[in-house]
Structure formats: C-alpha cells, structure tokens
Ligand binder design. Structure first.
Ligand SMILES: Cc1cc2nc3c(=O)[nH]c(=O)nc-3n(C[C@H](O)[C@H](O)[C@H](O)COP(=O)(O)OP(=O)(O)OC[C@H]3O[C@@H](n4cnc5c(N)ncnc54)[C@H](O)[C@@H]3O)c2cc1C
Length: 264
C-alpha cells in the first residue's frame, strides 16, 4: 500500500534554549522539546488525507530520543507508524545533512505518494528542509500549501502566495510544506488513540539502518556552520506610579497620552 509520510521536528520550548559554546549547535538532548508548531498543520493535513483516501500514515522525526513523546502525539492524532531517526552521527546536522538523512529514510519507506512537512521550524527557521529533501529524492516540491486533494491520480494543491492563491496540479510522489494558516480548526487527539499509544514505541533507525555516506552526516557533512548565536534579551522597563487614587489616575492618563495610547 502507498503511504503518506509526515516529517515532524522537536524544537526547544521557548525559554529553554541551551547552546553548545563550542559548536554553536543547540543541545537538543538536554532540552525540553515541543512539536514544531508549524508541523501541527502538516499533521492535520496528513490525517485528513488519510481519512479521505484510506492511505497509511507514517511520521518520522530525526532527533534525540526526547522527540519520542512528539511521535507518540502524532500517533494519537492518527499516524499509523512512528519512526525515530536517531544516531550520534546525526548530531550537528545543518539543513542539507538533515534533508539527506530524511531523504534516505523516505526512500526506505518507498513506495509513497506524498511527503508532508511544516513550512519552517521555529528554531532553525530556514524553510530549506522540504525543498532540499525533494531535490535529494528527485521529486517535485511545493511550498506553503493550504489545501491538497487527489483528482485523476494527480495531486491538486492550493498554495498561498504573496498576492493570493495559486492552484497547481502535480503528479506524485511529491514533497509539500504546509501553510501554518491552512486550517482554522485543528482536531485534538482521540482518547482511544491516546490510550493505545501508551503501549507503542517508535521504530528506531540508526545510521547503520540506512544507506548513508558517513561523510555527509552531522557537523562533518554540514556545509553551513553556525558561527555565533546571540541570545536576544528583551528588557521591559516598568513604571511605578505613586500617590492617592485620584492622583494615580491623572498620572496614568498622562503616561498613556505620552505614549500616544490615548488621544489628548
Ligand atoms: C540559530 C540557528 C540558526 C541556524 N541556521 C541554519 C542555517 O542558516 N542553515 C542551516 O543549514 N542550518 C541552520 N541551523 C541548523 C538547523 O537547525 C538544522 O539544520 C535543522 O535540522 C533543520 O533546519 P531547520 O530547522 O531550519 O528546518 P526547516 O527547513 O525550517 O524545517 C521545515 C520542516 O522540515 C521538517 N524538518 C526539519 N528538520 C527535521 C527533523 N530533524 N526531523 C524531521 N523533520 C524535520 C519539519 O517538517 C519542518 O517543519 C541553524 C540552527 C540554529 C539553532
């Protein structure tokens, strides 16, 4: 049976970022990871397509073992099979090395009709992985897709573009990144599957399980090296107003006027 593959990424919980001072890479293994928020619409689209076309759904994630709860969440949403790509050799991968491992895992899952990904991650923010993976698989790629359906054995995609929308007809298999605003309503996981996943574990593929060239993996295989990560410090200066209630109200009105938050 053909399948839909959805790629999901674990990203640091905002505020919990730890950066390796030597490699400038994120220390993902010691961090609280959440599902990349932009991958949630990709999962929603995948589950809807699974229901519409009765196609098997596989979720894959490359990362340390602490992405397992995210794969289990994907299962609870309707994914049939969970695959974790995890190996020390993958650490420090840039987008090219990440896409290389994902593409080899996807090849191993052939035949497939569609690969869905998020538009971009909220940590790396490059949006390169979907088109790079498509290029390595030598299949078409569409970005920012807001709806997708099948007609006469072809995929019809509506893409969000700067000045409106565009309809594209493509023969599969293909890779699509899903628009973060694709769905107004995203369904929660079902209780039945939440209970079911308690007894399930993802299949783990290490480097040796895939047809990989070790020179193309991790920091060694990454042409992009992050040279410095500068933490943005957000400072908010509070104002303390003192006095009796009436005086305080007047002072507050003055402050709001100064900041042009209310009219004179
Ligand atoms: C501050 C910072 C800056 C960085 N800048 C760069 C840079 O300029 N160039 C560069 O090559 N690398 C960069 N990296 C490294 C980058 O985080 C990794 O390469 C990452 O694995 C993939 O890139 P991305 O997060 O930008 O993915 P994106 O291309 O933004 O992700 C799009 C989608 O691809 C899928 N995806 C991405 N990664 C995975 C995964 N591991 N498993 C499953 N699906 C996945 C998800 O569906 C995701 O929504 C940077 C890292 C940091 C911390």
């Amino acid at each position: 049976m053909e399948k839909i593959i959805v790629c999901i990424k674990g990203v640091p919980e905002p505020g919990s970022v730890k950066v390796d001072p030597e490699t400038h890479a994120l220390k993902r293994e010691s961090m609280e990871l959440i599902l990349n928020p932009n991958d949630r619409p990709a999962l929603e689209m995948a589950v809807r397509l699974k229901n519409d076309y009765n196609i098997e759904l596989v979720a894959i994630s490359m990362g340390p073992p602490n992405v397992i709860p995210l794969l289990k969440h994907a299962y609870a949403l309707g994914v049939d099979q969970m695959i974790l790509l995890s190996d020390r050799a993958f650490a420090g991968s840039d987008t090219l090395a990440t896409s290389y491992v994902l593409a080899e895992a996807i090849k191993k899952l052939s035949p497939f009709s569609l690969v869905l990904m998020g538009l971009k991650s909220i940590d790396g923010e490059t949006a390169q992985v979907p088109p790079e993976t498509a290029s390595l698989l030598d299949i078409p790629s569409l970005t920012n897709v807001k709806s997708l359906f099948m007609k006469d054995n072809k995929w019809i995609a509506i893409r969000e573009i700067e000045y409106g929308e565009e309809e594209v007809e493509v023969e599969g298999p293909l890779v699509c990144s899903v628009s973060p605003t694709a769905f107004e309503y995203i369904r929660p996981p079902s209780l039945k599957r939440l209970l079911e996943v308690k007894n399930k574990e993802p299949i783990v593929w290490q480097a040796g399980d895939l047809n990989l060239d070790s020179q193309k993996l991790g920091l060694k295989g990454s042409p992009t090296q992050v040279v410095e990560v500068i933490e943005k410090k957000i400072e908010t200066k509070g104002i303390i107003l003192e006095g009796e209630t009436e005086e305080l109200v007047e002072k507050l009105i003055e402050v709001l006027k100064e900041k042009a938050l209310i009219k004179n």
